[in-house]
Design a binder for this molecule. Structure first.
Ligand code: ASP
Length: 445
């Protein structure tokens, strides 16, 4: 399967925001003949205060639903139209898209739903890109299928999509949407063109899925906290999952699964810096950077801890099971469950706790009969992730040392048995300082 030379390339909204970017994208595609299948997003922001076309389409849909005057609606639609017309004009294309544009507004005003409205962003951008490249346009509505219950229909999609790709050597496919069994358009969640790209890569049996965006890969730490963090050269799917779960985002979470199952690596690249190697996401990597040891550090605020104390807890058979039953009965998922001899703490998101707080706490009182129980909010969790940690001694000591030198109190420690990560819980107000000090402990500028 994945031993072909075919590459599937997906360009995000910022890479296709205007004609200038279209030119850059075309150059990237043409510089490698193996870049045969292109997945496109809707035009993104051209400058920080700009609005993404997808957001404009959602807004337009709301205007239609709330029955604003046709003049107001048409005026707003004109702005969306103009974004596409400017791209076409500046690229010098003789492509009359007027009929399409009129049809879309009529369809939106008639029966079509919110997802249909949003999907037109990628639909129109892909039509233009296909014209510009001279590639075939394959509408996602004919090859990406959802089931009745709204989940992705793998078997139907792969059958139809592989066949379509087999027929066409080169094609542009709009990201973000597919079709329901009743023929209506449905989108993935926001950022879902990443998912389409991954599905197309799998269907094409690609050797690589390139995901072109506006950053030079996955950073070792959040650039809003650490100034100019290093980019990660290679990361495994498992490491990526740990870091993404802790808030580091570049790729849509669901984009991992189709390619991971087929053993296709993902390369995150920067359209504005095409020579930078970006980040390779792979199934397995033996090597790791011996200088940095860790792959990345990420974290999130907004956690709470329920501290439960009970004498002789360690000897009470079934205590943990009872506690887990209570959590399950209350529909509460937790993050960590550190325990002492007579104590146990449940760490969970404050938002989740708040949805069930009173009922959950009184269930614990009643069914687990603790001697005492307290709840503290304002906790942050930080994950230090790295496949190299298993081979390098003293990594945990370095993390703790870095935090203590900065005067940061550690409230919780959890190290998974895979030694892929170390999780520390700290006070929220120490969060930024903690990420920074851990990063600089391992990366010496
Ligand atoms: N245009 C969609 C969004 O803004 C999907 C995507 O760009 O991936 O969420």
């Amino acid at each position: 399967m994945a031993n072909s030379k075919v590459k599937v390339v997906k360009f995000g909204g910022s890479s296709l925001a205007d004609a200038e970017h279209f030119r850059q994208v075309a150059q990237i595609i043409r510089s490698d003949p193996n870049r045969r299948y292109i997945v496109a997003s809707a035009p993104g922001k051209r400058f920080p205060a700009d609005t993404k076309v997808t957001d404009m389409l959602y807004r337009l849909y709301e205007m239609i639903r709330s029955r604003e005057t046709s003049q107001t609606i048409e005026e707003y639609y004109r702005q969306i139209k103009q974004r596409y017309l400017t791209i076409i004009e500046e690229l010098g294309l003789s492509f009359d898209i007027g009929g399409e544009l009129d049809y879309i507004l009529n369809a939106m005003c008639a029966v079509s739903g919110r997802d249909y409205a949003a999907s037109r962003g990628e639909y129109l951008n892909s039509l233009i890109l296909a014209k510009y490249l001279g590639y075939r346009f394959i509408d996602a509505e004919n090859v990406i299928y959802f089931k009745e219950n709204g989940t992705f229909d793998e078997s139907k999609t792969y059958e139809a999509l592989s066949e379509e790709l087999r027929i066409h050597e080169r094609a542009v496919i709009p990201g973000f949407y597919g079709v329901m069994p009743n023929g209506t358009i449905k989108t993935f969640s926001r950022g879902g063109s990443d998912v389409t790209g991954s599905i197309v890569a799998r269907a094409a049996g690609a050797c690589l899925y390139e995901n072109w965006t506006d950053v030079s890969g996955f950073m070792m730490a959040d650039p809003r906290i650490v100034k100019n963090p290093c980019a990660i050269r290679t990361i495994t799917y498992r490491e990526l999952r740990e870091l993404s779960y802790m808030g580091a985002t570049v790729l849509h979470e669901d984009a991992i699964f189709p390619v991971r199952g087929a053993g296709i690596p993902v390369n995150i690249r920067n359209t504005n810096e095409p020579d930078a190697p970006g980040t390779m996401i792979v199934a397995e990597a033996e090597d790791f950077d011996a200088n940095t040891i860790i792959t990345g550090v990420a974290g999130k605020k907004g956690f709470s801890v329920i501290n439960i104390e009970k004498d002789m807890m360690n000897a009470e058979v079934g205590f943990t099971r009872r506690l887990l039953d209570i959590l399950e009965d209350n529909d509460v998922s937790f993050e960590h469950l550190p325990s002492g001899i007579d104590t146990m703490s449940v760490i969970l998101s404050t938002q989740v706790l708040n949805e069930h707080r009173e009922k959950l706490l009184s269930s614990i009182e009643r069914r687990a009969r603790p001697d005492s129980m307290s709840v503290e909010d304002g906790l942050a969790l930080i994950a230090v992730v790295g496949r190299g940690m298993v081979k390098a001694k003293g990594t945990a000591a370095r993390v703790f040392d870095a935090l203590s030198r900065r005067g940061i109190n550690i409230r919780m420690i959890d190290q998974g048995s895979s030694e892929l990560n170390i999780i520390v819980g700290i006070e929220e107000h120490d969060f930024e300082a903690a990420v920074e000090s851990i990063y600089h402990e391992f990366v010496k500028d």
